[in-house]
Design a binder for this molecule. Structure first.
Ligand code: NI
Ligand code: MN
Length: 224
Protein backbone atom coordinates (compact mmCIF):
# COMPACT_ATOMS: atom_id res chain seq x y z
CA UNK A 1 0.00 0.00 0.00
CA UNK A 2 1.30 3.42 -0.96
CA UNK A 3 0.52 6.19 1.50
CA UNK A 4 0.74 9.79 0.32
CA UNK A 5 0.64 12.59 2.87
CA UNK A 6 -0.95 15.43 0.94
CA UNK A 7 -0.60 17.67 3.99
CA UNK A 8 -2.64 18.72 7.05
CA UNK A 9 -5.12 15.79 7.49
CA UNK A 10 -5.30 14.89 3.79
CA UNK A 11 -3.98 11.49 2.77
CA UNK A 12 -4.23 9.13 -0.17
CA UNK A 13 -4.09 5.37 0.32
CA UNK A 14 -3.30 3.50 -2.85
CA UNK A 15 -3.70 -0.27 -2.90
CA UNK A 16 -3.26 -2.58 -5.93
CA UNK A 17 -6.63 -1.69 -7.39
CA UNK A 18 -7.97 1.30 -5.46
CA UNK A 19 -7.24 4.88 -4.51
CA UNK A 20 -8.88 6.19 -1.36
CA UNK A 21 -8.70 9.86 -0.42
CA UNK A 22 -9.33 10.98 3.15
CA UNK A 23 -10.10 14.64 4.01
CA UNK A 24 -8.81 16.05 0.69
CA UNK A 25 -8.04 19.66 1.65
CA UNK A 26 -5.80 20.58 -1.29
CA UNK A 27 -6.97 23.93 -2.72
CA UNK A 28 -5.97 26.64 -0.24
CA UNK A 29 -3.89 24.21 1.85
CA UNK A 30 -0.73 26.25 2.51
CA UNK A 31 1.52 23.15 2.64
CA UNK A 32 0.04 21.02 -0.19
CA UNK A 33 2.27 20.27 -3.17
CA UNK A 34 -0.48 18.51 -5.13
CA UNK A 35 -3.41 19.78 -7.16
CA UNK A 36 -6.86 18.18 -6.86
CA UNK A 37 -6.49 16.97 -10.50
CA UNK A 38 -3.53 14.79 -9.43
CA UNK A 39 -6.00 12.36 -7.85
CA UNK A 40 -8.50 9.96 -9.42
CA UNK A 41 -9.89 8.27 -6.32
CA UNK A 42 -12.40 5.43 -6.21
CA UNK A 43 -13.79 6.97 -3.07
CA UNK A 44 -13.43 9.96 -0.76
CA UNK A 45 -13.87 9.53 2.99
CA UNK A 46 -14.54 12.56 5.21
CA UNK A 47 -14.10 12.69 8.98
CA UNK A 48 -16.10 15.91 9.40
CA UNK A 49 -17.31 19.02 7.64
CA UNK A 50 -14.76 21.70 8.55
CA UNK A 51 -13.23 23.36 5.51
CA UNK A 52 -9.76 21.97 6.20
CA UNK A 53 -11.21 18.42 5.82
CA UNK A 54 -14.14 18.77 3.39
CA UNK A 55 -11.69 20.61 1.14
CA UNK A 56 -11.98 19.58 -2.52
CA UNK A 57 -14.22 16.57 -1.84
CA UNK A 58 -17.24 17.89 -3.78
CA UNK A 59 -15.38 18.98 -6.95
CA UNK A 60 -13.30 15.77 -6.96
CA UNK A 61 -16.48 13.69 -6.63
CA UNK A 62 -18.12 15.64 -9.46
CA UNK A 63 -15.07 15.19 -11.73
CA UNK A 64 -14.42 11.49 -11.03
CA UNK A 65 -17.79 10.12 -9.92
CA UNK A 66 -16.14 8.90 -6.70
CA UNK A 67 -18.67 8.81 -3.87
CA UNK A 68 -18.08 10.79 -0.70
CA UNK A 69 -18.51 8.49 2.29
CA UNK A 70 -19.26 10.42 5.46
CA UNK A 71 -21.62 10.69 8.38
CA UNK A 72 -25.22 11.12 7.21
CA UNK A 73 -25.59 14.91 7.58
CA UNK A 74 -22.27 15.64 5.89
CA UNK A 75 -22.97 13.15 3.09
CA UNK A 76 -26.37 14.80 2.51
CA UNK A 77 -24.70 18.22 2.38
CA UNK A 78 -22.16 16.97 -0.21
CA UNK A 79 -25.02 15.48 -2.24
CA UNK A 80 -26.87 18.82 -2.13
CA UNK A 81 -23.72 20.40 -3.63
CA UNK A 82 -23.73 17.91 -6.53
CA UNK A 83 -21.44 15.18 -5.21
CA UNK A 84 -22.22 11.47 -5.17
CA UNK A 85 -22.46 10.46 -1.52
CA UNK A 86 -23.03 7.58 0.90
CA UNK A 87 -24.27 8.56 4.36
CA UNK A 88 -23.22 6.29 7.19
CA UNK A 89 -23.13 6.83 10.95
CA UNK A 90 -21.03 5.86 13.96
CA UNK A 91 -21.06 2.12 14.64
CA UNK A 92 -20.15 -1.04 12.79
CA UNK A 93 -18.26 -1.57 9.55
CA UNK A 94 -19.80 -1.66 6.08
CA UNK A 95 -18.22 -3.38 3.07
CA UNK A 96 -17.57 -1.43 -0.11
CA UNK A 97 -15.75 -2.58 -3.29
CA UNK A 98 -12.42 -1.24 -1.90
CA UNK A 99 -12.74 -2.51 1.69
CA UNK A 100 -14.65 -1.87 4.89
CA UNK A 101 -15.44 1.51 6.45
CA UNK A 102 -16.31 2.02 10.11
CA UNK A 103 -16.91 5.45 11.62
CA UNK A 104 -15.72 5.91 15.20
CA UNK A 105 -16.30 8.78 17.64
CA UNK A 106 -14.20 11.93 17.69
CA UNK A 107 -14.45 14.71 20.27
CA UNK A 108 -14.66 17.83 18.14
CA UNK A 109 -17.37 19.77 16.21
CA UNK A 110 -18.58 19.76 12.62
CA UNK A 111 -20.20 22.50 10.58
CA UNK A 112 -19.69 24.39 7.34
CA UNK A 113 -21.14 27.68 6.06
CA UNK A 114 -23.64 27.73 8.93
CA UNK A 115 -24.78 24.15 8.28
CA UNK A 116 -24.64 21.66 11.14
CA UNK A 117 -23.00 18.60 9.64
CA UNK A 118 -23.52 15.83 12.17
CA UNK A 119 -21.06 14.21 14.54
CA UNK A 120 -17.35 14.52 13.82
CA UNK A 121 -15.74 11.10 13.31
CA UNK A 122 -12.65 9.07 13.04
CA UNK A 123 -12.62 6.24 10.55
CA UNK A 124 -11.25 2.71 10.49
CA UNK A 125 -10.63 1.43 6.98
CA UNK A 126 -9.96 -2.27 6.40
CA UNK A 127 -8.44 -2.79 2.96
CA UNK A 128 -9.07 -5.86 0.80
CA UNK A 129 -5.55 -6.96 1.83
CA UNK A 130 -6.85 -6.86 5.43
CA UNK A 131 -4.77 -3.92 6.59
CA UNK A 132 -6.48 -1.85 9.28
CA UNK A 133 -5.94 1.88 9.05
CA UNK A 134 -7.32 4.43 11.51
CA UNK A 135 -7.61 8.11 10.65
CA UNK A 136 -8.51 9.88 13.92
CA UNK A 137 -9.88 13.02 12.24
CA UNK A 138 -9.82 16.06 14.51
CA UNK A 139 -10.21 14.94 18.09
CA UNK A 140 -9.29 15.41 21.70
CA UNK A 141 -7.93 12.43 23.59
CA UNK A 142 -10.62 10.02 24.80
CA UNK A 143 -10.41 6.75 26.72
CA UNK A 144 -12.49 4.73 24.24
CA UNK A 145 -9.56 4.84 21.85
CA UNK A 146 -8.67 1.65 23.72
CA UNK A 147 -11.65 -0.07 22.01
CA UNK A 148 -10.48 1.13 18.61
CA UNK A 149 -7.04 -0.25 19.47
CA UNK A 150 -8.59 -3.68 20.08
CA UNK A 151 -9.32 -3.90 16.34
CA UNK A 152 -5.56 -4.38 15.82
CA UNK A 153 -4.37 -1.34 13.88
CA UNK A 154 -1.58 -1.54 11.33
CA UNK A 155 -1.43 2.19 10.78
CA UNK A 156 -2.95 5.27 12.43
CA UNK A 157 -3.01 8.92 11.37
CA UNK A 158 -2.96 10.95 14.59
CA UNK A 159 -3.32 14.74 14.97
CA UNK A 160 -0.56 16.34 17.04
CA UNK A 161 -1.03 20.05 16.33
CA UNK A 162 -2.83 21.05 19.56
CA UNK A 163 -5.18 24.09 19.62
CA UNK A 164 -7.90 22.35 17.52
CA UNK A 165 -7.00 18.74 18.40
CA UNK A 166 -4.71 16.66 20.60
CA UNK A 167 -1.21 18.00 21.00
CA UNK A 168 1.90 15.82 21.25
CA UNK A 169 1.34 14.92 24.95
CA UNK A 170 -2.25 13.76 24.34
CA UNK A 171 -1.21 12.02 21.12
CA UNK A 172 1.36 10.01 23.10
CA UNK A 173 -1.46 8.87 25.44
CA UNK A 174 -3.56 8.06 22.36
CA UNK A 175 -0.80 5.86 20.95
CA UNK A 176 -0.66 4.01 24.29
CA UNK A 177 -4.42 3.30 23.98
CA UNK A 178 -4.49 2.54 20.26
CA UNK A 179 -1.26 0.53 20.14
CA UNK A 180 -0.91 0.67 16.35
CA UNK A 181 2.12 -0.82 14.61
CA UNK A 182 2.86 2.49 12.92
CA UNK A 183 1.60 6.04 13.15
CA UNK A 184 1.91 9.03 10.88
CA UNK A 185 1.42 12.38 12.69
CA UNK A 186 -0.95 14.81 10.95
CA UNK A 187 -2.69 18.17 11.48
CA UNK A 188 0.42 20.15 12.46
CA UNK A 189 2.64 22.85 10.90
CA UNK A 190 -0.09 23.87 8.44
CA UNK A 191 -0.83 27.12 10.28
CA UNK A 192 1.16 29.08 12.92
CA UNK A 193 -1.12 28.00 15.84
CA UNK A 194 -0.45 24.28 15.23
CA UNK A 195 3.34 24.44 14.97
CA UNK A 196 4.92 21.30 16.54
CA UNK A 197 8.22 19.45 16.57
CA UNK A 198 7.40 16.09 14.96
CA UNK A 199 10.94 14.73 15.38
CA UNK A 200 10.76 15.26 19.14
CA UNK A 201 7.31 13.61 19.21
CA UNK A 202 8.73 10.62 17.30
CA UNK A 203 11.57 10.24 19.81
CA UNK A 204 9.17 10.33 22.78
CA UNK A 205 6.68 7.87 21.29
CA UNK A 206 9.36 5.42 20.17
CA UNK A 207 11.06 5.54 23.59
CA UNK A 208 7.79 4.91 25.48
CA UNK A 209 5.85 2.56 23.17
CA UNK A 210 6.35 -0.23 20.61
CA UNK A 211 4.86 1.98 17.88
CA UNK A 212 6.95 3.18 14.96
CA UNK A 213 6.48 6.85 13.98
CA UNK A 214 6.86 7.76 10.33
CA UNK A 215 7.13 11.48 9.60
CA UNK A 216 6.10 12.35 6.07
CA UNK A 217 6.53 15.80 4.56
CA UNK A 218 3.55 17.17 2.62
CA UNK A 219 3.63 15.64 -0.85
CA UNK A 220 5.71 12.67 0.27
CA UNK A 221 4.72 9.03 -0.31
CA UNK A 222 5.79 5.83 1.42
CA UNK A 223 5.23 2.15 0.62
CA UNK A 224 3.90 0.48 3.80
NI1 NI B 1 -12.07 20.32 12.47
MN1 MN C 1 -9.05 20.34 11.23
Amino acid sequence: MRVTYIGHAAVELKTDKHSILIDPFITGNPVAKHKPEDFKPDTIILTHGHGDHLGDAVPISKRTGAPVIAIFELASYCQSQGAKAEGMNLGGPHSFSFGKVQFTPAFHSSSHDGHYLGMPCGVVLTTLENRKIYHAGDTALFGDMAFIGKLGLDLAFIPIGSYYTMGPEEALEAVQLLRPKTIIPIHYNTFPVIQQDAEQFKKRVESKTQTQVIILRPGESREL
